[in-house]
Structure formats: C-alpha cells, structure tokens
Ligand binder design. Structure first.
Ligand code: NAI
Length: 210
C-alpha cells in the first residue's frame, strides 16, 4: 500500500466488503470484475480502478478470489482487529446502538455507555453498563477503548468531545448534528441523519419536478 488512498475509494470499500461477504456466504469462490459490477451497479472499470489501488488482487482471465479480496479489504479497513467502543449518551439513539448486535459481529464491541442522568446511571442496556460521566477518565485509563460514539444533545457535544480527547480518545463517531473541531490526530466520522434526509428530500423534489 504505502500511498494514500482517496477518500472516495475508502467510502466505497465497505460496500465491496459487504458484497464480497454475501458472495462468500453463497460459497462463491471467484468473481470477474464484470460480474461484480453487474451485481453492484457500478462499472467494471470503476471496480478495477478501485481495486488496483491495493495491487489489484485480480488475475487476468480468473477474476478475483472472493475470500482473498474480502480479507484484504477487511485489513485495509482495519477490520482484522476488534475495536472496543463506548457510547456517550444512553438516550434513544445510544440505546439503539447498544441494542444492535450486528456491530459486535463486525468486530465493534460496545463496552460501556455513559450518561449524566441519574435515572440511567447504574442501569444496563443489552447487558452493557451505563456509567456516570465522571468515571470516563479512570475508565479510559483502565480499558483500551478505540472509539467513542457521541449520542447526546448537540449543545453538549463539543465540550464532551474535547473532554474525551483529553482523556485519550482518538476516534469519534459523532451523531450529534454539530461539527466538532478536534485536533488533527483525532479521527472522526459524522453521521448526520437529518442531512441525509435533506438530500433525499432534494432528490424527491427534483424527481417530482421532472
Ligand atoms: P435523548 O434525549 O433520547 O438522549 C440524550 C441522552 O444524552 C440523555 O440520556 C441525556 O441524559 C444524555 N445527556 C445529555 N447531556 C449529556 C452530557 N453532557 N453528557 C452525557 N450525557 C448527556 O436523545 P436522542 O434521540 O438519543 O439523540 C441524541 C443525539 O443524537 C442528539 O444530538 C440527536 O440530535 C442525535 N440524533 C438522534 C437520532 C435518533 O434517531 N434518536 C437521529 C439523528 C440524530
């Protein structure tokens, strides 16, 4: 690898990974870029270009070895190592994340939730404890946590994110509808569902205008 992979390619990799996983589940051993492109609805040349970023993994006349490609993309995405997570905010969304067992199947394990509400602290969600916010620094010293998800009101999110970074968190999965300004060494993914809905609304309006 070595060279930087463009963010557009990175954005597409999880989808390749999902399709290849489904092919493996159906005992498909190899696939051509043409077949894969037909299933995924992208051009074969796009697939070849994307996968060439990592040395291709393909062989002329053979196509791609599904399991090999799946494993290699998994490595690129860092999925070959389990990630431990905490969720800040045990409200509707935080609980939904904690209740979703598919994350764990993918290697993302939620170890604890944190909240300021005394009604929630001490309870558990799907067997995962809800702890008080004051415990975060100690908890992070005693447990190796890779990712913190933020599911609290947007007003509180910037300060809480800054505190998490101070306590050693290097990756934030932010669901609060606000932009967090964090040091460069901290990586973040923002999941702004309302923005996604607005884009859908735009598409709907545009299609109705036709
Ligand atoms: P909620 O009100 O059900 O839960 C928020 C939780 O955060 C509460 O348990 C509250 O005690 C806790 N909290 C508040 N301030 C805190 C702080 N400073 N430190 C720690 N915990 C704190 O809200 P909900 O629906 O779960 O939403 C959470 C965030 O996710 C919001 O920013 C919301 O805009 C966003 N969001 C939620 C969606 C959903 O489907 N529920 C969808 C899209 C975004």
């Amino acid at each position: 690898m070595g060279t930087e992979i463009s963010s557009a390619v990175i954005r597409r990799l999880p989808r390749y990974y999902r399709y290849l996983g489904e092919l493996m589940a159906h005992d498909v051993v190899r696939i051509s870029s043409k077949e894969l492109s037909e299933r995924m609805g992208v051009t074969a040349s796009q697939i070849r270009q994307d996968l060439n970023n990592f040395g291709g993994f393909g062989q002329q006349g053979y196509g791609y070895n599904v399991e090999y490609l799946y494993t290699e993309i998994g490595k690129i995405l860092g999925l070959d190592r389990k990630k431990e997570m905490i969720v800040i905010g045990a409200g509707n969304l935080g609980r939904a994340l904690a209740n979703y067992s598919d994350f764990e199947r993918r290697g993302f394990v939620i170890k604890a939730l944190f909240d300021i509400s005394s009604n929630l602290v001490g309870k558990s969600v799907n067997g995962i404890p809800v702890l008080s916010m004051e415990k975060i620094p100690t908890y992070l010293k005693e447990n190796k946590i890779d990712i913190a998800a933020i599911t609290i009101p947007k007003e509180a999110a910037p300060q809480v994110a800054a505190d998490l970074v101070k306590a050693g968190i290097k990756a934030i999965w932010n669901f609060a509808p606000t932009d967090l300004s964090l040091p460069d060494y901290v990586v973040q993914e923002n999941v702004h569902l309302t923005e996604s809905l607005m884009r859908l609304s735009y598409k709907l309006r545009a299609s109705e205008d036709k």
